[in-house]
Design a protein around this ligand. Structure first.
Ligand code: R5P
Length: 298
């Protein structure tokens, strides 16, 4: 088995390779002045089972293009199989037509990945289980929730906490982590997003957080607005303190700044996305999913 890394997931790939007890096979990735990329594998992959690890992060177009070209290079060079670990699968939020005239981005991504030659997909915490239906190759849907539940068990008294989904769409995820923690209580925020402006309006809370430490769990933090506004609502509803857990830390725009200045005690994320030094902030803690990924890939 040979493991390759795209340029968006170098640190996570190294951790996974360590768990798998192998090295990362080198790829020459050159970027032309007009930003086009050229890929050249530096080792023979003929008849080899291969794994490519590449998240999509804050530059989804560039990272996807690089991934498509690496898969193509592996296939053209005779690899027996190509497994893609895309820790954060970008473009998945557009999983259906919300307004007339829109594209279904997640389906387009699935089609291209299969067309270029991906044989199996591994990824973490999809926005909705609907993503599984978009692929005809096997999909291994992994989750950071076991890592989060261990952290919660270690740091909190489960009698003092309530889990919270910052929107109704995340209720399935909250039920899963509640079960991992012995069926502890949960609540959900009724969040409405204006599809034209992207603005959020939290119209209420389903469940009670009064007198409890509220632990929000979500799939992704992009601008941070969802978490910050949810935190304010939870405090208004009597939560003692609020913590935020999220698998994918996209941290777009000034998310780091608004999260640091918010009333959230701590923001705990996984390493499905590499966080640049300038995006780190004091309240941020990063937990690794490398072991989960390595187990699934081996
Ligand atoms: C939305 O349904 C997702 O689960 C996240 O809550 C959302 O994408 C987070 O976005 P932002 O951080 O920009 O509010």
């Amino acid at each position: 088995m040979m493991v390759f890394s795209g340029s968006c997931s170098i640190e996570l790939s190294q951790k996974i390779a360590k768990h798998l007890d192998c090295d990362i096979s080198p790829i020459e990735i050159s970027v032309f002045p007009d930003k086009e990329r050229r890929i050249k594998l530096k080792e023979n992959v003929l008849e080899k089972d291969t794994i490519i690890i590449q998240s999509t992060g804050q530059s989804p177009d560039e990272n996807y293009m690089e991934l498509f070209l690496i898969i193509d290079a592996l296939k053209r060079s005779g690899a027996k199989s190509v497994k893609a670990l895309i820790p954060y699968l970008g473009y998945q939020r557009q999983d259906h037509i919300f307004r007339d005239g829109e594209a279904v981005s997640s389906e387009v991504i699935a089609e291209i990945l299969e067309k270029v030659g991906m044989n199996e997909l591994f990824s973490f915490d999809f926005h909705t289980p609907k993503i599984l239906e978009m692929f005809s190759v096997p999909v291994h849907h992994l989750s950071a929730l076991p890592v989060f539940s261990q952290k919660i068990k270690k740091d909190f008294d489960t009698n003092e906490i309530v889990l919270v989904s910052p929107d109704m769409g995340g209720i399935r995820r909250i039920k899963q982590i509640s079960a991992m923690l012995g069926n502890i209580p949960f609540a959900a925020i009724i969040k409405n997003r204006d599809l034209n402006t992207g603005n959020i309006n939290n119209s209420g809370l389903d469940g009670s957080v009064r007198g409890k430490i509220a632990i929000m769990v979500d799939d992704m933090i992009s601008t941070g607005t969802t978490m910050v506004e949810a935190c304010d609502l939870l405090l208004e509803n009597g939560a003692l303190k609020v913590y935020a857990f999220s698998t994918h830390a996209i941290l777009a725009k000034d998310a780091s700044d608004i999260l640091q200045k918010s009333k959230i005690e701590k923001v705990i994320v996984s390493d499905t996305l590499e966080i640049p030094k300038e995006k780190e902030f004091a309240k941020l803690e990063i937990l690794s999913v490398a072991e989960i990924a390595a187990k699934a890939l081996s």
